[in-house]
Design a protein. Structure first.
Length: 115
């Protein structure tokens, strides 16, 4: 559940609620699924949101055995985010590498080498 404390944070809540469902189909990892949008009321004067819970734990020395593998996996996910064509334009990867994407998959055209 997200319950912003300021009006400016409530605006970002609307952005997250709009974009998470648009991002999810193109990503290999789960993203929180919005399940309820709460309206301002006398009891709580700002918008709030409820998201479906994703099981897991925060990465730390107890939950990650191989930080190199973890970093590579995280970098791959960030590459997927950058490869999504959200505005009908060339993907981030094709803009930065100069190579066009050859597929409609989210990671197509992604340069797997770190910059």
């Amino acid at each position: 559940m997200r319950m912003p404390r300021t009006a400016s944070k409530a605006a970002s809540l609307r952005t997250v609620r709009e974009w998470l469902p648009r991002l999810a189909p193109g990503l290999s990892l789960q993203v929180p699924d919005p399940v309820h949008a709460g309206s301002p009321s006398p009891e709580y004067t700002l918008e709030c949101a409820v998201y479906r819970w994703i099981d897991g734990s925060a990465p730390d020395a107890r939950s990650v055995d191989d930080w190199t593998s973890f970093g590579a996996h995280l970098a791959g996910f960030v590459g997927e985010l950058h490869g999504l064509d959200l505005m009908g334009t060339a993907s981030w990867a094709s803009r930065t590498t100069g190579r066009p994407s050859t597929s409609s998959s989210p990671s197509a055209g992604r340069d797997s080498r770190p910059s």
